[in-house]
Design a protein around this ligand. Structure first.
Ligand SMILES: Cc1cc2nc3c(=O)[nH]c(=O)nc-3n(C[C@H](O)[C@H](O)[C@H](O)COP(=O)(O)OP(=O)(O)OC[C@H]3O[C@@H](n4cnc5c(N)ncnc54)[C@H](O)[C@@H]3O)c2cc1C
Length: 481
């Protein structure tokens, strides 16, 4: 028995929802999976759903739920042992190989977030919220639901002493409660894949806010009345996979999310009005270790993908003998091994948390979460430095099939391949380092975990250094005999 849905079911489900999505000044009408801005990524998302039903991958990507006896995605497995954690990271990596780590909202990411919050549901502190969170986990798992999330407020005024207008807020605020649920009005910024998922998770920003109106956590269907997704322009230009090897497949648009008096039914509310719990939701719940465990697994695959591209470029123009090329490649290798070591350390030193979930060690994961946003832009710069003009000498598929094709194959040939194959490789490197898709990927990796400056602050606050201070005290206490 399976509850893992296939790609077709995912596509039909989202099409049927008829989510209120706007792009290029117009609402999306008809099947959203046919819209040029979304068709590429939705087809890739569908392939990810199909992957988990592939017979040879079934045992790696799914497990049998003890509750329902059905096969569900591995990302829903609440880990009880270190072996469970390894099963999870292996599944994340197998899936990430399909997209080279380019899809931040591959469904296993949000499944992990739902699992993490359900496993520590008691953290929500109110009996109804606890029950709702657990029930929501069962619902998502039982129906293999796709989700997006929005955790941050619009960038209107980031001063610490800024107050929004409570009656006509910009940042989405709980403006009322009634017998149906809580009423949310205002906007959230932003949701990657907003509008092309079944559901959306809307959780607090994590910053302390005195106003109870901002202390809420809920999940609702993407087609809830009053909910709108305002998408940025798409960087999928409808080109072939040869021309835009990444953008044509993995372009996850980002949306501003607008709530126009949206009613969130009570059974979907996990938290409301509790400012203290809202401010500690990320730092003290099981969210961060499981989220970063997932993302670090994905990021390892992303660096492997980059390394594969870099080595192929080096081979194709025969520059491996130069020391600076070796040094730059070594930087990529060191980054890869660093992340792999941090993931291994997090799993090896995992322990049961207070809710009985086997939780990866936070310390190496906090290090990984601080390192990756800093090294990713450098890895992309290395691709540019190695590729040089090869990254712009990249005629498209139409040029190759034109009367000039023979010249292009000849004059753009590399050491080990003809012009067509070399350009195919360099177009991939371009789409990872120079295109609009590439620019958005770099911004995404810089900010995905949050503002890197404040992330470093979290590490500073959380990392226990008392023992080392004591050691220095003892060292300084030594006297001349
Ligand atoms: C491509 C992309 C996709 C994203 N997808 C999602 C998504 O799907 N869901 C989601 O919830 N979020 C998403 N995000 C948002 C991401 O979590 C935020 O970008 C990140 O948390 C930083 O917040 P901000 O963008 O509002 O920047 P801001 O907080 O506005 O920061 C802007 C600048 O001001 C500085 N600054 C602001 N406040 C402070 C302060 N208190 N102390 C020190 N410096 C400060 C920052 O360091 C930064 O340099 C996405 C972001 C990007 C770029």
């Amino acid at each position: 028995m399976m509850t893992c849905v296939d790609g077709k079911t995912y596509l039909n489900r989202i099409n049927r929802l008829g989510n209120n999505v706007w792009i290029d000044g117009k609402p999306v009408s008809g099947n959203i999976s046919d819209h040029p801005a979304f068709s590429g990524v939705m087809s890739s998302q569908a392939k990810l759903y199909d992957l988990q039903r592939q017979p040879d991958l079934l045992d790696s990507l799914t497990f049998i739920s003890s509750k329902t006896g059905q096969r569900v995605p591995m990302s829903y497995l609440e880990p009880k042992s270190k072996a469970d954690l390894s099963r999870r990271s292996l599944a994340f990596q197998i899936r990430a190989r399909y997209h080279g780590g380019m899809m931040g909202r591959s469904p296993d990411y949000m499944n992990t977030v739902v699992m993490a919050f359900a496993a520590c549901a008691e953290f929500f502190g109110n009996p109804k919220g606890i029950e709702n969170m657990r029930r929501y986990y069962d619902f998502c798992q039982g129906n293999d639901i796709s989700l997006t999330h929005t955790f941050i407020n619009p960038q209107t005024n980031r001063s610490a002493i800024h107050f929004d207008n409570a009656d006509d807020p910009i940042a989405a605020r709980m403006i009322a409660q009634n017998d149906q649920g809580i009423v949310i009005h205002g906007a959230r910024l932003l949701a990657t894949q907003g509008g092309i998922t079944d559901e959306i998770m809307v959780f607090p920003t994590g910053a302390f806010h005195f106003d109870q109106g901002y202390a809420y956590a809920f999940c609702i269907p993407s087609n809830t009345p009053g909910l709108k997704f305002l998408s940025r322009e798409s960087f999928d230009y409808g080109k072939s996979i040869f021309d835009h090897p990444l953008g044509a497949r993995f372009e996850e648009t980002d949306s501003i999310v607008v709530f126009d008096h949206v009613i969130v039914p009570w059974d979907r509310v996990f938290l409301h009005g509790d400012t203290e719990t809202a401010s500690k939701l990320y730092s003290e719940s099981g969210f961060i270790p499981h989220q970063v465990h997932h993302v670090t697994s994905k990021n390892i695959v992303k660096i492997e993908f980059i390394l594969g591209i870099i080595q192929s470029m080096i081979d194709s123009i025969n520059i491996g003998e130069y020391q600076h090329i070796q040094e730059k490649t070594a930087k990529v290798i060191i980054s890869l091994e660093t992340l792999k070591a941090l993931l291994t350390a997090a799993e090896t030193h995992a322990s049961l948390d207070r809710w009985g979930t086997m939780t990866p060690d936070r310390k190496p994961l906090l290090a990984a979460m601080n390192i990756f946003p800093r090294i990713y832009p450098r890895l992309i710069e290395i691709i540019q430095l190695i590729g040089a003009s090869g990254l712009v000498s990249i005629p498209g598929a139409k040029d190759f099939s034109s009367a000039q094709g023979a010249d292009l194959r000849k004059y753009l040939q590399g050491t080990d391949r003809d012009g067509y194959e070399k350009v195919k490789l360099f177009r991939l490197a371009w789409d990872l380092s120079l295109s609009a898709f590439a620019g958005r990927q770099t911004l995404y990796e810089r900010f995905f975990f949050g503002d890197p400056v404040r992330l470093a602050g979290t590490l500073y606050r959380e990392y226990d250094r008392a023992e080392y201070v004591t050691r220095i005290k003892e060292f300084l206490a030594e006297k001349n005999e």
